[in-house]
Design a binder for this molecule. Structure first.
Ligand SMILES: [Zn+2]
Length: 84
């Protein structure tokens, strides 16, 4: 899994660290309740489908692992619109 946090910094986090990582971001509870949704297709994100996590407009955004969503994410990153 790949995480963009912040934009130029890509962190690869092991599955074991994922809960801690989400806890640090303050979204672990939401994540476990299935309330974190893909920024692009609005599907509920699970441990399995989580592709990336990044901050935008002071909120934590997540992206699922669908090819279409990953493509949209890379477009977004290329345009530099992801900001803390
Ligand atoms: Zn998606």
């Amino acid at each position: 899994m790949v995480y963009q946090l912040p934009k130029e910094k890509v962190n690869v986090v092991h599955d074991d660290d994922l809960e801690n990582f989400l806890e640090e971001l303050g979204v672990l509870k939401k994540f476990k309740k299935g309330e974190l949704k893909c920024k692009f297709c609005r599907v509920s994100i699970t441990f399995k489908s989580l592709h990336s996590v990044f901050p935008q407009s002071g909120q934590v955004k997540v992206v699922c692992d669908k090819v279409e969503c990953i493509r949209q994410l890379s477009d977004l990153l290329r345009k530099g619109t992801v900001k803390l």
